[in-house]
Design a binder for this molecule. Structure first.
Ligand SMILES: [Cu+2]
Length: 494
């Protein structure tokens, strides 16, 4: 692989031409990029994007180069003794844990060996726009059989993940954990367990399920509702829920010693499932969400939507304990064993007492002082009204189904308030690329997040420092809702 790429990744001449320097980038972005004669959208190839990358490089002059090879391809994976046809990274489910230090130059030589075009998105990282991996917005899709080198500087430590951003490929297995360490902040735990949760189809592809949802030919499903999610818990009932790619019948085993302090890094990589997570016999201390610290809070269980991450510490008792992630409102569960001693394995169908009661949600979290955004009046307020119609299986933002959209526009240096209003009967985990917003609260205590559950009828405002120029999507992290159009573009203008 190339060893001498400059920070500005060498794009092929064709890519450079396609991406352009500004508004006339690609089809549907370019079509609505200009708001008047003097303003135009800052595209991924714009000098402002390069300037952002160069500023990051100056901020971290001592960063190392962290190089990875990553290959996407079809692979049969073993799910509880059964071979499942999957699309995965490096022939494993989930993909390999990618790890770097904050400020490193992460360089990933990505090889697409899928029978389809794809991209890789680095979920949660405020990296340069042209490395964000959104097809037709930040880069052309990477054709089957070709390579693309991603190169970026992760500016914040924490728990992140990576996944494809094309069609409904993610649910076939294209996801993995991405951990950014801070060498200046020594770990105050003895070991860490990375927990990747997903929902899994055994006999259909997500595209087939989506087509059935659209056609109205989906078989009738059991009632799926959850008070914690304010109503509908999902559109799809899954045969299996996986923890680190393993079903309850063949669970992952985490081992440690009694009394050890463990950091759980919990990532919800699923398409249509929120999870309620608990460790039997223990309380969890939540310390971070979406990579950013919160005032530590003790809880029996955590509710985690698609795309979200929660970090929690726990001091382990002596024995073998169930780590359970219930598919909220759906009935099944993902399961692993946490073992500090010999003894019987817990029943994979166990319902630990910690799952009763109210799970912790974003409403229970307060940003640490260091993580707060400074108080500032918004320069601009942007509305994102979340709509849907189950009869036509259409999911919209401001009554438009992407790629039809009217961009939400900002200028670099502004404080923007993005107001998500959910007019539907289902929750939507809303994700913004390239930024970690603050959940707006009058007292400024809202946690920093890049993905937040917006409950039915609820309004949540995201306060954003507009300091990462480019074209960024904001979308629902339910992959079926994304495919149906619940996306718009947070567009920087110059
Ligand atoms: Cu949604």
């Amino acid at each position: 692989m190339p060893r001498s790429l400059p920070l500005d990744v060498q794009l092929s001449r064709r890519q450079a031409l396609q991406l352009g320097a500004g508004a006339a980038m690609l089809g549907f972005v370019g079509a609505c990029s200009a708001t008047n004669d003097t303003e135009s959208a800052i595209g991924p190839g714009a000098p402002q994007v390069r300037a952002y990358a160069e500023a990051k490089a100056r901020r971290f002059p001592l960063g190392n180069v962290a190089e990875y090879d990553l290959r996407a391809g079809p692979s049969d994976v073993d799910i509880g003794g059964a071979r499942n046809a999957a699309w995965v990274y490096d022939a494993q489910l989930p993909g390999p844990i990618l790890r770097a230090n904050v400020g490193d130059r992460v360089r990933v030589l990505f090889r697409n060996r899928l029978p389809a075009a794809t991209t890789v998105h680095w979920h949660g990282l405020a990296i340069r726009n042209d490395m964000d991996g959104v097809p037709d917005v930040t880069q052309p899709p990477i054709p089957a059989g070709t390579e693309f080198t991603y190169e970026f500087i992760p500016p914040d430590p924490g728990t992140y993940w990576y996944h494809t951003h094309v069609d409904l490929q993610r649910g076939r297995g294209l996801y993995g954990a991405l951990i950014i360490d801070d060498p200046q902040a020594p770990a105050n735990w003895d070991a860490e367990f990375v927990v990747v949760l997903s929902d899994w189809l055994t006999s259909r592809t997500p595209t087939q399920v989506f087509d059935a949802l659209r056609d109205g030919t989906m078989e009738s499903m059991p009632e799926m509702t959850s008070p914690a999610l304010g109503g509908d818990a999902g559109d799809v009932n899954y045969p299996l829920y996986l923890l680190n790619g393993k079903p309850p019948a063949d669970p992952t085993a985490f081992t440690a010693r009694p009394g050890q302090r463990i950091l759980l890094r919990i990532i919800n990589a699923s398409d249509d499932t929120a999870f309620r997570v608990a460790l039997g016999g223990h309380r969890l201390t939540v310390t971070d969400t979406d990579g950013f610290p919160v005032e530590p809070v003790d809880t029996d269980s955590v509710l985690i939507g698609m795309g979200e991450r929660y970090d929690a510490t726990v001091t382990l008792q002596d024995g073998a304990f169930p780590l359970v992630a219930v598919a909220e409102g759906k009935g099944g569960q993902a399961f692993a064993v946490v073992r500090t001693a010999t003894g019987c394995r817990p029943d994979p169908a166990v319902a630990p007492a910690e799952l009763r009661g109210q799970p912790l949600t974003v409403a229970d979290l307060r940003a640490t002082d260091a993580a707060r955004l400074p108080a500032r009046e918004p320069d601009t307020t942007l509305q994102a009204s979340l709509g849907g119609n189950m009869n036509t299986y259409s999911w919209t933002i401001n009554d438009q189904a992407y790629p039809e959209h009217t961009p939400l526009t900002v200028h670099q240096g502004q404080r923007a308030r993005l107001v998500y209003t959910n007019t539907t009967t289902m929750y939507h985990p809303m994700h913004l690329h390239g930024h970690t917003f603050a959940v707006a609260r009058p007292d400024g205590s809202g946690p920093r997040k890049d993905t937040v559950i917006v409950l039915p009828g609820q309004t949540i405002a995201a306060d954003i420092e507009a300091n990462n120029p480019g074209q960024w999507i904001t979308h629902c992290h339910n992959d079926y809702h994304l495919a149906a159009g619940m996306t718009t573009i947070f567009s920087y203008l110059s």
